[in-house]
Write a protein that binds this ligand. Structure first.
Ligand code: GDD
Ligand code: MG
Length: 340
């Protein structure tokens, strides 16, 4: 079985970080997010990956090439203009024979693909959709089912008063080749709003698989920070990359990850989960709490960064305070004593 990964979205809710870097290439604990998905796919013996792209495709090609370095074979299905989730899948049809796994490219999960495939085969389904339970379905695609799992209705991005259950589309599907016939070629088409309701309406064998493990869509600044915390909460020790140095007098109350060639100066406090990229220079007497600082940034003395995100190559001058979900775009200069 091959796997299609949809990575053509603009990542608008993660701006300004996604202005120069597509969402799936944003680092999560210092490696591109998409690698986590490729590793999951590989773990289940799937070696052929088709990347469906529309936004900044050359960035992906530069990093992943033909996939050999990562133990997979990668093909690229490039849309001239974004064709939506359905149109993007249709655009990958030429690479696919037989059933195919489809992934939204911004989800981190420990989904058991073997079980999903087993359910799909056992039910002789033409399509299978993975569901998860979430507290608030308003940012997702609500999927109403009967107790036995029969799909009743799809409602993409429901408002509060439309919520009838807490099961949502987890963004991983299996499609038999017939499903491609339901998508018109070359036009913008949505798998969630158009293909799925069509399958229901035409009574095509379409089943669900409910995942109860870890699942997160990294699409917002808050979730991007959360995914770091979730991974770091499971780490047993701090990680310091090659040629990274921390002053003996720093205090760590939590978990610290540093890429290569980074530094932290004296009396800086690290609280909660702090992830620092490559070649980052943090001065002395800083206070870093649950934050992510990307490659090449400089954080001057006395700066306080809490629950915030600093992009690449930024210059945060001394005694700046960043609080509560600040997201600083690449190459930003924040003048000394600013409070954001
Ligand atoms: N190639 C391509 N072309 N990919 C696209 C396009 C496009 O035009 N539009 C979106 N994508 C990709 C995005 O890059 C992302 O990986 C995936 O499709 C889903 O798009 P999002 O923009 O992240 O959608 P969402 O998070 O609002 O909602 C989707 O995901 C939820 C689960 O996280 C829907 O599938 C919901 O139903 C679902 O619950
Ligand atoms: Mg998403």
């Amino acid at each position: 079985m091959k796997a299609i990964i949809l990575i053509g979205g603009l990542g608008t809710r993660l701006r300004p970080l996604t202005c120069n870097t597509p969402k799936p290439l944003l680092p999560v604990i210092n490696k591109p997010f998409l690698l986590y998905q490729i590793e999951l796919i590989k773990k289940y013996g799937i070696k052929d990956v088709i990347l469906c792209m529309a936004y900044l495709p050359s960035e992906f090609k530069k990093y992943f090439g033909n996939g050999k370095k990562f133990g997979v074979r990668i093909s690229y299905a490039i849309e001239k203009n974004p064709l939506g989730t359905g149109g993007a899948i249709k655009n990958a049809e030429k690479f696919v024979r037989g059933p195919v796994l489809v992934f939204n490219g911004d989800v981190l999960t420990d989904l058991n693909l073997a079980k999903l495939i087993k359910v799909h085969k056992a039910k002789k389904a033409k399509a299978t959709i993975t569901l998860v339970h979430v507290k608030d379905p308003t940012s997702y695609g609500l999927v109403e089912t009967t107790k036995s799992g029969k799909i009743l209705r799809f409602l993409e991005k429901p408002s509060f008063n439309q919520i009838t259950c807490n099961t949502i589309n987890a963004g991983t599907y299996i499609f038999e080749p017939e499903i491609f016939e339901k998508i018109p070629p070359g036009i913008v088409y949505s798998v969630e709003r158009e293909v799925f309701p069509t399958l229901l309406c035409e009574k095509i064998p379409f089943y669900t698989y409910t995942h109860s493990g870890y699942w997160i869509d990294i699409g917002t600044v808050e979730k991007y920070l959360q995914v770091h915390s979730d991974i770091m909460n499971k780490m047993r020790e701090n990680i310091l990359g090659k040629k990274s140095k921390v002053d003996k007098r720093i205090k760590i109350f939590g978990r610290l990850v540093m890429g290569n060639g980074s530094k932290i100066g004296r009396d800086t406090m690290v609280i909660g989960n702090v992830c620092i990229g490559n070649n980052v220079n943090v001065g002395s007497n800083c206070y870093l709490s649950d934050c992510v600082i990307l490659d090449g940034s400089r954080i001057d003395d006395g700066t306080k960064i809490e629950e915030s995100l600093v992009g690449r190559d930024c210059m945060v001058e001394k005694n700046v305070q960043l609080h509560d979900g600040c997201a600083i775009g690449d190459k930003t200069v924040i003048k000394g004593y600013s409070k954001l």
